[in-house]
Design a binder for this molecule. Structure first.
Ligand code: HEC
Length: 104
């Protein structure tokens, strides 16, 4: 699944630096953000999308990077300057993957 690949890719989403996921084979999972196992049981697709696009809309002091914003970015690598970290299609792919993470 493309969304899963983006989430696990340490050069793209790099979500695991802050989050845990139900991926037992992935080393070094972070604990800065909430565990994303079962996140789809808490949040619907619109809520997931909003958090990915720009989590600072909900929490101005969030440390989660905005994945679909290109204004007001600070401390970004030159390759990411003036462009969103993920494309609109990639955001949808990640939302689809997250929406599959339901608590059993
Ligand atoms: C630098 C750390 C960091 C990175 C990288 C990061 N996040 Fe987050 N994320 C957080 C924090 C912290 C929160 C808790 C809410 C807040 O503080 O804004 C959060 C909240 C969330 C939530 C809401 C979870 C809930 O239960 O309410 C989702 C969904 C989420 N992140 C998905 C992702 C995805 C997918 C990626 C990668 C594309 C990602 N995050 C990358 C730090 C991060």
């Amino acid at each position: 699944m493309r969304g899963r690949a983006l989430v696990l890719d340490r050069t793209q989403g790099n979500c695991l630096i802050c989050h845990q996921l139900p991926e037992p084979n992935e080393p070094f999972q972070g604990t800065i953000g909430p565990d994303l196992a079962g996140v789809a049981s808490r949040l619907d697709m619109g809520q997931l999308r909003l958090r990915l696009v720009d989590a600072s809309l909900l929490n101005p002091r969030t440390v989660m990077p905005p994945y679909f914003r290109n204004q007001g970015l600070r401390d970004v690598a030159p390759a990411f300057r003036d462009r969103p970290a993920l494309t609109a299609q990639e955001i949808e792919d990640v939302v689809t993957y997250l929406a599959s993470l339901r608590t059993p």
